[in-house]
Write a protein that binds this ligand. Structure first.
Ligand SMILES: Nc1ncnc2c1ncn2[C@@H]1O[C@H](COP(=O)(O)OP(=O)(O)OP(=O)(O)O)[C@@H](O)[C@H]1O
Length: 361
C-alpha cells in the first residue's frame, strides 16, 4: 500500500492531497498542468518537505509527524522528463550506476541487468557512449538505470513528454512490457490521457492542488461524476481475452464480461489477454438491431445512466448484455437523437461500436 498525504504551500501554490493506492502496478497521477503532480512526486521522494505530511510505503514510514527520511534513504528510482545520463560513462556504466553491489539487498522483486537490457531493448547499445543516443534511447537507459537501483517504488515524472509522437509510440510498448513483468510499483505522472489509458492500473485524478478522485482506473474513467467520462476524447479500456481467429477474413474474437467484439488482428494473439480501447464517440445507439450496416460490433446493452455533456450531447454509461451486468462502456451521442429515439435509463437497446483498438504488445 502507498499512503500519501501532504499539505502546505509552495510560493503561491497550495497543496492539500491525500490518497491511498495499492503497492503494485502503475498508478497514474493525472491532471492539468500546474495542478501539483510533480510536487506530489517530489514530496514522496523527499525532495520537498511539506510540514504536514505522511508517506508510508508498504508499512515503512518515510514521513510522519516525527520522521522525515532524507532522499538518499528512500529506495526510489526516479525518472525525469529529460534523461540526465552521465556523459563520460558508457550505457552499461550508466545502467549500473546506483545498482547495489550485492544484488537483491533492497527490493523484494529485484530485476537483473540482463532482464533490463532485454525488456528495454538495449542490447545493441550497452557498449556505446551516451553521446549519440536518440532521445528515446536515452530515456530507455534512464528507466533501466532507475530499475537497476532496485527501488521499492518507481517515480516517473512525464518520462515521455519531451519526446515527439513517433518516439513516444516507440517507447510505450517497452513500458507496457515492463508493466507486465515488473514487481515494482510505479507512480507515473502524465497529462497525456493516451499514456494513462495504455499504462495505468490505478489513477489519482488531481486539480488545483487537490485530489479529485483516486481508485482503479477502469472505474474512474467511466464515472460520469468525474471529468474523464465527459471529455470529448473519453474512452473505456477493457481487459479482453482473444478467444478465436478466423483465417478467412482475418478477424479475431475478443471476449469481455457480457460481450464479444470482432476486430482485425493477427492469429497468434489467440489465448492472450489485451487491453481494448473503445472511445465514447465511436459508440452509437439504436432501438432496433440494425441489419444492413457495415459495423461489425452490434450488441445489446442496458442504459445505466445518462449525463449531459456540453450544450448538445449526452454521455451514457452502458452495461453490456441484455441485463446490463457485463462490462461498462460509454456512448457519446447528440441530445437531439437521444430525445428523438426516446432513450432513458433502464432501457435495453443496441449499441453499435464503430472502432475498437487493441493496445500493441
Ligand atoms: N519551487 C517552487 N516554488 C514556488 N512555486 C512552485 C515551485 N515549484 C512549483 N511551483 C508551483 O506549484 C504549482 C504546481 O507545480 P507542479 O510542477 O507540481 O505541477 P504539475 O501538475 O506537475 O504541472 P506540469 O504538468 O505542468 O508539470 C505550480 O503552480 C508551480 O508554478
Amino acid at each position: 500500500m502507498i499512503e500519501a498525504r501532504f499539505s502546505g504551500v509552495q510560493g503561491q501554490f497550495s497543496l492539500d492531497v491525500a490518497f491511498e493506492v495499492p503497492g503494485q502496478g502503475i498508478t497514474a497521477l493525472f491532471g492539468p498542468s500546474g495542478c501539483g503532480k510533480t510536487t506530489v512526486l517530489r514530496c514522496i521522494a523527499g525532495l520537498n518537505h511539506m510540514r504536514e505530511g505522511r508517506c508510508v510505503i508498504d508499512g515503512d514510514v518515510w514521513q510522519d509527524a516525527k520522521t522525515f527520511l532524507p532522499v538518499h534513504r528512500r529506495p526510489i528510482g526516479y525518472v525525469f522528463q529529460e534523461a540526465s545520463l552521465f556523459p563520460h560513462l558508457s550505457v552499461r556504466r550508466n545502467l549500473l550506476y546506483g545498482a547495489p553491489k550485492t544484488k537483491g539487498t533492497r527490493a523484494s522483486a529485484s530485476i537483473g541487468f540482463d532482464d533490463v537490457v532485454e525488456l528495454l531493448g538495449l542490447a545493441r547499445l550497452v557498449d556505446r557512449s551516451t553521446h549519440k543516443l536518440s532521445g528515446g534511447e536515452r530515456q530507455r537507459v534512464a528507466i533501466g538505470r532507475a530499475l537497476l537501483s532496485e527501488p521499492r517504488l518507481l517515480l516517473m515524472d512525464e518520462p515521455l513528454s519531451a519526446l515527439d509522437r513517433q518516439t513516444k509510440d516507440e517507447i510505450l510498448p517497452f513500458l507496457e512490457r515492463l508493466h507486465g513483468r515488473l514487481g515494482i510499483p510505479a507512480l507515473y505522472v502524465s497529462h497525456d490521457i493516451s499514456e494513462v489509458e495504455r499504462l495505468a492500473d490505478h489513477l489519482v485524478l488531481m486539480d488545483k492542488g487537490r485530489v479529485v478522485a483516486a481508485g482503479p482506473y477502469d472505474a474512474l474513467q467511466r464515472d460520469p461524476a468525474l471529468p474523464l467520462a465527459l471529455r470529448r476524447d473519453a474512452a473505456v479500456t477493457l481487459e479482453a481475452k482473444i478467444t478465436s481467429h478466423e483465417a478467412t477474413d482475418g478477424l479475431a474474437t475478443l471476449s469481455v464480461a457480457g460481450g464479444r467484439f470482432l476486430m482485425p488482428a493477427p492469429a497468434d494473439l489467440v489465448g492472450q489477454t489485451r487491453r481494448l480501447r473503445i472511445a465514447a464517440g465511436d459508440v452509437s445507439l439504436a432501438r432496433q438491431r440494425p441489419t444492413e450496416s457495415t459495423i461489425l460490433n452490434v450488441m445489446q446493452v442496458r442504459i445505466l445512466s445518462v449525463t449531459p455533456a456540453g450544450d448538445n450531447e449526452v454521455v451514457a454509461v452502458l452495461g453490456l448484455g441484455e441485463d446490463g451486468e457485463g462490462a461498462r462502456i460509454l456512448a457519446r451521442v447528440t441530445r437531439r437523437s437521444w430525445q428523438r429515439l426516446g432513450f432513458a435509463e433502464g432501457m435495453t437497446v443496441h449499441a453499435q461500436v464503430k472502432g475498437v483498438a487493441l493496445a500493441p504488445s
